[in-house]
Write a protein that binds this ligand. Structure first.
Ligand SMILES: Nc1ncnc2c1ncn2[C@@H]1O[C@H](COP(=O)(O)OP(=O)(O)OP(=O)(O)O)[C@@H](O)[C@H]1O
Length: 233
């Protein structure tokens, strides 16, 4: 059995009379420790996939399983525990708490986790040991994203979900963040899913899932994934 699977997943949003088919019959599998890129144009349904995987939304139809659990069958209470303990989130705009230092931001996440890693050590691992007492406003965008990644990692999650993690960063800083995510996957055996509209980063991935108009167009495996240094856009 694979680490993560979607089987015939559909998701409809109803706003008043309007029904949007955000996802239609999406099925794919991901192995533990894979670096996966989900790519597609704006409105394709990428964030919806992430919200379903992260337990923020529930499916309209189909089955989602992560690490041996049927996420699509969990109760509200179980979903809260799943989000808290099993999933690390990295967003485009970092979502750090402005009046807490880098270290305090990471500690806050570790305090609500079941088996957290050391917050200071995790910040050192992302290259921010020297900046741990800085507030977010005193850090560059790339540094803030590293804090956000440390915050996600110190929960010691089973799965790291990243929604356009380089969307707010310049080219070189975006590459640094992708390198960090790639290294986290390789060094820790962490399963990492990155969603992006940037086709150029797909050669980094072990697996690429193309989504368009709520449908999965194709799933490709890269036999020889490239490092971020080898690709340009
Ligand atoms: N909460 C919601 N209520 C109603 N419709 C929604 C909701 N969330 C998403 N949608 C719709 O579902 C479709 C897929 O949206 P989604 O955000 O998953 O796309 P996306 O690929 O992540 O796009 P982008 O790259 O622009 O973020 C879109 O048509 C969107 O308008």
């Amino acid at each position: 059995m694979s680490f993560l699977s979607l089987e015939h997943v559909s998701k409809q949003y109803k706003t008043g009379e309007v029904v949007t088919d955000a996802l239609r019959d999406v099925s794919f599998e991901i192995d533990e420790g894979e670096f996966v890129v989900i790519v597609g144009p704006s409105g394709a349904g990428k964030t919806t996939v992430l919200n379903l995987l992260g337990g923020m939304e529930s499916v309209t139809g189909g089955v989602i399983a992560v690490a041996g659990r049927r996420v699509s069958d969990l109760s509200k209470k179980e979903l809260t525990a799943y989000r808290r303990h099993d999933i690390g989130f990295v967003f485009q705009f970092y979502n750090l708490i402005q009046n807490l230092t880098a270290l305090e931001n990471v500690e806050l996440a570790s305090q609500i986790s079941r088996a957290p890693l050391d917050a200071g050590k995790t910040l050192e691992e992302v290259g921010l040991g020297e900046r741990k007492n800085n507030f977010p406003a005193q850090l560059s965008g790339g540094e803030q994203q590293r804090v956000a990644i440390a915050r996600a990692l110190c929960k010691n999650p089973r799965l790291l979900l990243c929604d356009e993690p380089t969307g707010a960063l310049d080219y070189a800083t975006g590459k640094d963040v992708l390198r960090l995510l790639h290294e986290t996957c390789r060094d820790k055996g962490m399963t990492v899913i990155v969603i992006t509209h940037n086709q150029a980063i797909t050669p980094m991935a072990d697996k690429v899932i193309h989504i368009k108009n709520g449908r999965q167009e194709r799933v490709l495996k890269n036999i020889a994934p490239q490092s971020v240094e080898e690709i340009e856009w």
